[in-house]
Design a protein around this ligand. Structure first.
Ligand code: NAG
Ligand code: NAG
Ligand code: NAG
Ligand code: NAG
Length: 209
């Protein structure tokens, strides 16, 4: 006899959306994020990163893993000090951080309750929908607003972010300390820092529907 291992068992029920979403992700967490993007006629692209997010000290650090398409790099956005650093291959770019926004979701309609995992390790998930002029957003969160999946799409674009291996709290504060190469004066470049999409799209309260 063999056992059937269900890696992901999702049971879903659809029901009218009356419950509104309003929550902020845990104020301190470490997580991995896979970000998949698809455009018609193009090849899908995946970016894998891990991130430490600290709304208490207003700092965010992430590491983007390199692959055949993307270069590896690290970044720290220290909003408290209004400084951001990104570095790769011994070169560090330093610029301003701009204002800090907590990552919160508002205004979504509950469209699905589901369950993920293998018994007895089952977690309950809620999925909310938000429609803006340009995109349809689908936001799946677990208990205490832990992000599980963010989907952003329109007729010819899909962006999917999956969060996994997440822990609440910051175990390693050192991720927020920039390396020595970042304190060299010549590394300061007056350029606008490209924050990762997850941050761009969710952190800007005004912009997030
Ligand atoms: C990403 O994960 C690596 C390996 O576990 C770890 O060394 C690094 O500190 C993490 N980076 C962030 C920003 O959490
Ligand atoms: C640093 O800035 C240069 C010039 O704008 C850019 O080409 C490079 O990708 C940046 N590196 C990182 C790690 O942000
Ligand atoms: C960060 O520094 C820049 C340049 O000095 C400044 O224009 C901006 O207002 C500062 N932002 C915050 C949030 O302090
Ligand atoms: C999960 O996270 C821990 C700590 O951040 C890290 O050491 C480990 O490599 C991660 N596992 C995977 C599969 O990414």
């Amino acid at each position: 006899m063999f056992k059937v291992f269900l890696l992901v068992a999702i049971t879903a029920s659809l029901f009218p959306g009356t419950v509104q979403l309003h929550c902020c992700i845990p104020s301190q967490l470490e997580t991995y994020i896979d970000e998949l993007s698809f455009v018609p006629g193009g090849r899908g692209s995946t970016v894998v990163q891990n991130m430490s997010y600290d709304a208490v000290t207003k700092r965010n650090a992430f590491h983007v893993f390199g692959d055949s398409i993307h270069d590896e790099y690290d970044a720290i956005i220290d909003y408290r000090a209004n400084m951001s650093y990104s570095w790769a291959k011994g070169v560090c770019n330093v610029t301003y951080a701009g204002p800090f926004h907590e990552i919160c979701f508002t205004g979504g309609k509950l469209v699905r309750k589901s369950f993920m995992g293998v018994y007895p390790d089952i977690i309950k998930l809620n999925t909310y929908l938000i429609s803006s002029e340009r995109f349809r957003w689908s936001i799946t969160v677990g208990k205490t607003c832990t992000p599980v999946e963010l989907r952003r799409q329109n007729d010819d674009f899909l962006n999917l972010m999956r969060f996994y291996n997440m822990t609440v709290g910051i175990r390693d504060e050192s991720v927020f300390t920039p390396p020595k190469i970042c304190s060299k004066k010549e590394s300061r470049v007056p350029k606008t820092f490209q924050t990762p999409l997850f941050y761009r799209s969710t952190a800007m309260r005004g912009q997030f529907p």
